[in-house]
Design a protein around this ligand. Structure first.
Ligand code: GTR
Length: 350
């Protein structure tokens, strides 16, 4: 039997929490929960006492989905089968912005998302979302594995979330269905979808193009119908979303190396014993190298696939004008001493 919350429970000790949550549930949450309750659960996780529901926009087999599933296996082993994770991939629980809210409310237990959709609510997440802040994936790993990364994970707590781990998100570049982009001039007046973050709107405006924030799931048809000319993303997303079918010009300007994050609902977290919380953290940490390995492989597979299917890849691009043009974004968003210190420490990391 499924509950109306993000928990699928067998243990009665969680019942007090359930009634509190039911009392405080808004109409929106209740509606969403009703949808959740309609899902048929697989028997795979049925032996578990508590199954944490985790959301992902990507399809089955995508590295992020596989990494959280691997985390679930570790967690199950660590807790002798008591705690499990069930990944709802392919946007089954909704688009990222909505699932983030549901995770804050405790309707969804865990969520694997980009840092982008958090930018407007958690200012620390803006820092790794700044254009050209990281020189390479190795630089990003070093920063996110260190104190700055930890400060960003800690910042989630004040927003009813627990930051568990960062995952790779590759580098994001522009693609469109109009023409090959060789320089910033070519971008002038074109319309690109961005994630729902003001910072990304300003980043695209800074290079003379127009930004349209919209959910990921609307991008394909919006390119097809001419609402936008293109979008920006990494190799695996460009490929798995099918965007390469409708926007074949992909220019490797690599303006963002924005990490992905795995978060847990604080409401769900607070129901766990200290030992189980430690097991969750341990399993999340163990999934990071799994993800990095899967990611590196998938980037190559996706690149080969889109090339084979006719995408035109523009690699001879001078990034310097892009870096220069996007600098005002730093001035606008890196305002407090705390954020300035983060940027300085990132730049000083080698
Ligand atoms: C992907 C990322 C998703 C989502 C998507 C987007 O690269 O993995 O979490 O943020 O981009 O552009 O919305």
């Amino acid at each position: 039997m499924t509950s109306l919350t993000g928990w699928r429970r067998k243990r009665t000790s969680f019942d007090a929490g359930l009634s509190y949550r039911e009392e405080t549930m808004s109409l929106k949450k209740a509606l969403f929960a009703t949808v959740l309750a309609g899902f048929a659960f697989t028997s795979a996780a049925s032996a578990c006492e508590v199954t944490l529901r985790s959301s992902d926009t990507h399809p089955d087999g995508y590295p992020t989905v596989a990494a959280v599933e691997a985390m679930g296996e570790t967690l199950k082993a660590e807790t002798n089968g008591r705690l499990c994770i069930e990944v709802f991939h392919s946007k089954q629980l909704g688009e990222e912005k909505d699932t983030i809210e549901q995770t804050q409310f405790g309707v969804i237990d865990m969520n694997r998302v980009s840092l982008g959709p958090f930018n407007n609510i958690i200012e620390e997440t803006q820092i790794p979302s700044l254009p050209y802040i990281f020189r390479s994936t190795e630089h990003m790993h070093k920063v996110m594995d260190g104190p700055v990364g930890q400060e960003i994970l800690d910042a989630f707590t004040a927003h009813d979330l627990i930051g568990l781990a960062f995952y790779d998100g590759g580098s994001r570049s522009f693609y469109n269905n109009q023409k090959p982009i060789h320089s910033m001039d070519d971008l002038k007046g074109m319309k690109f979808r961005v994630m729902q973050s003001d910072l990304f709107v300003d980043m695209v405006s800074a290079v003379g193009a127009n930004a349209t924030p919209m959910p990921y799931g609307e991008v394909y048809s919006s390119i097809q119908t001419g609402v936008i000319d293109g979008a920006e993303n990494n190799w695996p997303s460009y490929e798995s979303s099918g965007h390469h079918e409708v926007a074949k010009y992909y220019t490797l300007d690599q303006h963002l190396i924005v990490p992905e994050v795995l978060v847990m609902s604080k409401m769900s977290w607070d129901k766990l014993s200290a030992d189980d919380q430690a097991a969750v953290r341990k399993a999340a940490a163990a999934s990071v190298p799994v993800m990095r390995d899967l990611w590196a492989k998938r980037e190559k597979v996706s690149e080969a696939k889109v090339r084979a299917q006719g995408s035109q890849i523009i690699t001879d691009i001078d990034k310097t004008p892009f870096i220069e043009a996007m600098k005002p974004v730093y001035e606008k968003y890196v305002t407090s001493e705390k954020l300035k210190s983060m940027v300085q420490r990132i730049q000083a990391t080698h």
